[in-house]
Design a protein around this ligand. Structure first.
Ligand code: AMP
Length: 409
């Protein structure tokens, strides 16, 4: 079965065509700057990637570009749309309605729309992706895979905020979390990697990229996570502040005369590594700048590692211990220096990084010493595969149910 996995952003449309039985990526790419005059389309795998300047006014046009490229011309991966069996959509916010992936129908679409208030850019973009698919492939089954669904198991003491209860009742203000598909994937892979049942383990998962989040997975159940009502909360990120004293917002708004949306821009787009260093939100640039003696770049580096270290401490306390710590995403998978700083000084907690293993590169690997009581793993994340797998399972279940109903009839 071939699954088309779509991840629609406000001005982008990312896609992968995955054969689920062979677990191979047949094609992938991204349409960027959709809606602007300089939109372009990258298509292909690794060294075979091509970049094509393509006018795309909206997601419907981007979808047409994707389908045309997949099915015809020099970069075709399949001969017609008939070879696409189902579509899986990444949706950021599923709110309280979705604790798992679901088949998309009109009711699901209106719920996603209703939840757009909590993730305005992301949910609206996903709806445009769904709409575009309905235009070109009206009969294909589509599945919604929610970033927040994995964290619907959090207990109220973890998901409630210490503010008047009425805001939870009126507006649904609570922690929803994000990156759930990635945390679910790396927790499952980690258990497989060490050959222990997920249900027997206390795991801390760390998704450290441009966006960063961490989770406590206690015996297979997510019990806490660092992102909150929105993906702004928690760890310091590339351009997002992470958790700060909430009074800072009103203080700066008053002193700088900022509107709520300008303040939101400061916290989401001008803060984090970029805001502290004044250099970049990219860890590679920061590393270079700090090695050249830039003190603010060094400070940003230290704040990032310290922020991860503190969450490790929190989650050990929340779960009463930890067996495995898993790292993933751009920084978690690739930055040995950051990993060294994160785990420095944690030996008294039974967490010992192996410096030589830490320098190795590659896929799934252990980077703790043989003596470390807690295993530290690096697991490259694969959200697209998870979306494809959920889509496959839900479509299979639906087909079987339909078959059963027909037999009964
Ligand atoms: P992601 O959001 O997962 O794509 O991660 C992006 C972040 O990973 C950026 O800050 C990159 O600088 C960082 N990154 C990617 N490769 C490396 C590397 N080899 N060393 C350090 N940081 C890296």
């Amino acid at each position: 079965m071939n699954i088309l996995v779509l991840n629609a952003g406000s001005s982008s449309l990312k896609y992968q065509l995955i054969n689920i039985e062979t677990q191979t990526v047949l094609a992938k790419g991204i349409c960027e700057r959709v809606g602007s005059a300089d939109s372009f389309h990258k298509h292909g795998i690794d060294e075979n990637e091509v970049v094509i300047d393509t006018p795309m006014q909206d997601h419907t046009e981007a979808m047409k570009v994707v389908l045309d490229t997949l099915t015809s011309g020099p970069h075709a991966a399949i001969s017609s749309m008939d070879e696409i069996d189902a579509i899986g959509h990444r949706i950021v916010q599923g709110g309280k309605y979705f604790d798992r992936s679901v088949l998309i129908d009109d009711d699901v679409v209106s719920r996603i729309d209703e939840l757009a208030e909590l993730a305005p850019l992301h949910n609206k973009a996903a709806l445009m992706g769904i709409d575009a698919c309905r235009t070109y492939m009206p009969d294909k089954p589509m599945v919604a895979v929610f970033d927040s669904a994995y964290f619907q198991t959090l207990p109220p003491k973890a998901f409630m905020y210490g503010i008047p209860y009425e805001y939870y009742e009126k507006y649904g203000v609570r922690k929803y979390g994000a990156h759930g598909t990635s945390h679910r994937y790396i927790a499952e892979r980690a258990a497989d990697f060490i050959d222990e049942p997920l249900e027997d383990l206390k795991i801390i998962t760390c998704h450290l990229g441009n966006g960063c989040s961490m989770s406590a997975i206690d015996h297979g159940i997510a019990v806490d996570t660092s992102m909150g009502l929105t993906p702004l909360d928690g760890l310091i990120m590339g351009t997002r502040s992470g958790a700060i004293d909430p009074a800072i917002s009103t203080f700066i708004m008053e002193h700088e005369g900022l509107t709520p949306s300008q303040m939101s821009d400061v916290l989401n787009k001008k803060s984090g590594l970029l805001g502290i260093s004044g250099v970049s939100n990219d860890m590679r640039d920061l590393r270079k700048a700090s090695e050249e003696g830039n003190e603010r770049a060094q400070l940003a580096y230290e704040m990032y590692s310290n922020s991860v270290k503190k969450y490790i401490g929190q989650y050990i306390a929340v779960m009463g211990g930890v067996d495995v710590i898993v790292l993933t995403a751009g920084v978690g998978e690739n930055c040995d220096k950051m990993r060294r700083m994160i785990f420095a000084g944690l030996q008294p907690l039974g967490i010992e990084l192996d410096f030589e293993r830490n320098k190795e590169r590659g896929g799934e690997r252990e980077i703790s010493t043989d003596e470390s009581r807690v295993q530290i793993l690096v697991i490259p994340t694969d959200e697209e595969y998870m979306i494809a797998r959920d889509t496959f399972e839900i479509v299979q279940e639906t087909l079987q149910e339909e078959l059963g109903e027909r037999r009964i009839a």
